[in-house]
Design a protein around this ligand. Structure first.
Ligand SMILES: Cc1cc2nc3c(=O)[nH]c(=O)nc-3n(C[C@H](O)[C@H](O)[C@H](O)COP(=O)(O)O)c2cc1C
Length: 166
């Protein structure tokens, strides 16, 4: 029984969640950046993490899922700058779920991640009012994912592991 944790993380938020999940795995396990993974063959369960970028899954993750996820046991973990109760978020998460349609999707977790200063700068200069408004909300994202979010990720992973990794 082998478990893989793999992630794409531009500014480190999703990596923090990946590392927390990895620590919860008692079975034989590996953790790798997504760019280092060629196939999901040989893993009984894969935790795949990525950020929301431009209202959907980060391109790298979308391309990976389209190519490699079919028929595999997959658990998605996702970070985003939008608040967890944002209504927009539900659609973006649905887009992520749709991309995993060919896989056996055993669970999905999401939490807020800090919006980097660099991205906030680009957003405020983009001329798009919605992006500019997000950039203004950056202070509310600082420090995310925090301990509470990481504990939530750990508990989610433990529950899945109990069910799917006997
Ligand atoms: C190019 C780009 C686009 C983004 N678009 C969104 C978005 O549409 N919605 C959102 O909630 N956050 C968006 N974000 C913020 C990231 O999802 C958030 O900061 C995430 O936690 C970053 O994770 P990472 O540090 O693992 O890269 C975007 C970030 C970048 C760099």
């Amino acid at each position: 029984m082998k478990v893989l944790v793999t992630y794409f993380s531009q500014s480190g938020n999703t990596r923090k969640v990946a590392e927390a999940i990895f620590q919860e795995i008692q079975a034989s396990k590996e953790i790798r950046e997504l760019a280092q993974v060629d196939s999901l063959d040989g893993y009984n369960l894969t935790f795949l993490g990525f950020p929301i970028q431009a209202f959907g899954p980060a391109q790298q993750a979308a391309a990976f899922m389209e190519k490699h996820a079919a028929g595999k046991n997959l658990a998605l973990f996702i970070t985003h700058a939008a608040p967890e109760d944002s209504t927009d978020l539900q659609q973006w998460l649905a887009n992520c779920r749709a991309l995993a349609a060919g896989a056996n999707l055993v669970g999905m977790f999401d939490c807020q991640g800090e919006l980097s200063e660099q991205v906030a700068d680009l957003m405020s200069k983009s001329g798009d009012e919605r992006l500019a408004a997000w950039a203004k909300d950056r202070p509310s994202t600082l420090g995310q994912p925090d301990d509470t979010s990481l504990q939530r990720a750990r508990a989610w992973a433990r529950e899945l592991l109990q069910k799917h990794v006997p």
